[in-house]
Write a protein that binds this ligand. Structure first.
Ligand SMILES: [Fe+2]
Length: 351
């Protein structure tokens, strides 16, 4: 990394923090003799990388029966995928191992589920819990989504019951639809990792007469409706809004906010994924909508200023389990510097 990624006119920051349990645990710090995010080159798989999710090659763009393409995975069962679905799924799919959160990057999609119908548009997180079947159908194309498969139940976990998210207005639940589709699928696919077990049924497996009193477990929430938390005037750590058991996976908004630039730090327990949804302003050296960045745990990093004038929308996913890019992810990605999250000057020279 070069000096231009440091704050212009300021002395290079040399204080490096170390934190346990992400933003929630023990902390320590020291003054380094040099800017610790810099590196000359790297070899091995535990290296920061970035990619445009649109650059991931996706079989489901051409084959409606294909599954989304996994581009990163962890031993916990967390899997990150990309979908470019162009046609309706020919079966109802029930993921028996994981919750699915579909973040819509481009286009619009309809999910017909066991518990009602919901549509997703750019910026929406659509949450389909484990063992709820769905059939997805793009409404506008080109379509592009980033899918998070998370084994543990993801629950809302905000600093207070109100303020960060308007649960009554902005968390939209799927609703039962009386109209049955013309040609509904009669196959039910149970998905376990990459395995599919196909049940032939006599009838539409999603058909239901009515929903009982409890609310639908299928919901959506737009990233723009999640308020960033700030400790005035310096910013401070962000706050998560979704969590899985033992905080194995945490989801935050990392959209523009007051406070400046984060400190240099080493995250002892979490891999950090930041997905830049869109501007108008760039986030440091990240300016293209749909850019995924990954800093593995233990890698010194800083990150760009967050108090940009016109703003941007982004989210942070923390994974306690260590991620690895799959061959599809490696093929689409490039090595990243961890000051402003730009392309490393030796990009694609590391593996
Ligand atoms: Fe960090």
């Amino acid at each position: 990394m070069t000096e231009e990624t440091h704050d212009a006119g300021a002395a290079p920051p040399m204080v490096e923090g170390w934190s346990r349990d992400g933003f929630l645990g023990e902390r320590a710090g020291l003054v380094r003799a040099h800017y610790s995010p810099d590196y000359i080159s790297v070899s091995g798989p535990h290296a920061p990388r970035r990619l445009k999710i649109g650059d991931v090659s996706c079989a489901d763009h051409f084959d409606p029966a294909a599954l989304p393409t996994v581009f990163a995975a962890a031993p916990s069962g967390l899997r990150l995928s990309v979908s470019k679905r162009a046609g309706a799924m020919p079966f109802a799919l029930r993921n028996v191992e994981a919750e699915e959160v579909h973040f819509i990057q481009e286009g619009a999609i309809e999910f017909r589920t066991d518990y009602g119908v919901i549509t997703g548009a750019p910026g929406d997180f659509v949450h389909v819990p484990r063992c709820v079947a769905y059939c997805a159908r793009p409404l506008t194309t080109p379509f592009l989504s980033f899918i998070i498969e998370c084994p543990g139940p993801l629950k809302f976990d905000t600093p207070s019951p109100a303020g960060m998210i308007h649960f009554g207005k902005d968390v939209v639940r799927a609703r039962p639809e009386d109209i049955e589709p013309d040609d509904p699928p009669t196959d039910l696919a149970l998905k376990s990792g990459d395995e599919i077990t196909l049940f032939k049924k006599a009838h539409d497996p999603l058909a239901a007469r009515r929903q009982l009193a409890a609310q639908s477990p299928v919901w959506k929430l737009n990233l723009a409706r999640v308020q960033p938390v700030v400790y005035w005037p310096h910013g401070g750590p962000p706050a998560h809004f979704l969590a899985s058991p033992n905080n194995e996976v945490l989801l935050y908004t990392l959209s523009a906010r007051p406070g400046g630039r984060p400190p240099i730090h080493v995250n002892a327990d979490y891999d950090e994924v930041v997905h830049y949804f869109r501007g108008p302003d760039p986030w440091g050296k990240v300016s293209e909508p749909g850019t995924f960045t990954w800093v593995p745990k233990g890698v010194p990093h800083q990150g760009p200023r967050e108090d940009v004038e016109r703003g941007y929308l982004a989210f942070l996913l923390e994974s306690r389990a260590t991620l690895r890019l799959t061959p599809a992810g490696l093929a689409a990605s490039e090595l990243m510097e961890t000051g402003a999250y730009g392309r490393h000057e030796t990009a694609n020279g590391g593996t």
